[in-house]
Ligand binder design. Sequence first.
Ligand SMILES: Nc1ncnc2c1ncn2[C@@H]1O[C@H](COP(=O)(O)OP(=O)(O)OP(=O)(O)O)[C@@H](O)[C@H]1O
Length: 303
Amino acid sequence: MLNVKNLTFSYNKTPILKDLSFKIEQGENLAIIGESGSGKSTLLKVLYGEYDLNFGNIYWKDNEILGPKHNLVVGYDFMKYVAQEFELMPFISVEENIGKFLSNFFPKEKKERTAELLEVVELTPFAKTKVKTLSGGQKQRVALARALAKQPEIILLDEPFSHIDNFKKQSLRRNVFKYLKEKNITCIVATHDNNDVLGFADRMILLNNNIIEVYDTPEALYKNPKTPLIASFFGEFNVIKGKIIYAHQLQVVDESKLKATVTESYFKGNYYLVEADLDDEKVFFENVSKLENKKIIYLKISK
Ligand SMILES: Nc1ncnc2c1ncn2[C@@H]1O[C@H](COP(=O)(O)OP(=O)(O)OP(=O)(O)O)[C@@H](O)[C@H]1O
């Protein structure tokens, strides 16, 4: 179990993380979300032992995670961290990078493990390719596989799929999170992307104003977003009479008290996101077809 108690951290005088406490069990997937600059990357680095805390403690099982004041070398064998800037060895191949920290005393195991991880990150055809010739997204996948090579107990991922194109992203995300669950590896992922969270995270933390604003399951937060900031992570939303209403919860009906004028329709694939004026406020809702600008419509809020 990871046990974070009253963690407080600042780079200089201004605190970035104030009095954070949370726990996660072995094998759980925790997502850290928050606006840019809210401290997501800082939290991962602090959990990794890259900095000394101002106050508080971090424990992984019985080990206290301590910063550079207490350790000559940053990091622990049971934990891996994949940063936004991945440091790979450019002049050796993809498979050599992945196998770099695996023992040469067990060549068969090393080969099998490397092949398994190449499959997970969908880079088998690039096994012999030199890393310096890869794209940013391919390098990100090598960094992920390398972090998994020695099977850590806990892995910290900072925006793990940010460089990966939309064609690959869906299947890669499923592969990686499925692999982590199968191997019972605890995962903490900092992300801006709700697709990294929904369907994968067991719990999520929203960092805001230097504190944990909410800590709950994605389902609970999605169904009952207490603040606009939470709702905005999941999608387009409106605040109507003080209530947060997602765009998909508004429907066009023949008559209602919510009379609005269409101002724009955006094609979104299997629906249009329609923008309209409702009592001089902008509202967004989903509709199967495009609606003419200036059309008067009536809206109903569904559950
Ligand atoms: N090495 C550093 N020294 C001083 N301040 C820093 C350092 N690294 C980050 N910060 C500051 O700490 C705050 C949090 O930064 P951090 O990178 O943790 O945010 P983030 O939520 O990960 O942002 P993003 O989503 O943009 O990656 C920011 O105000 C940033 O300027």
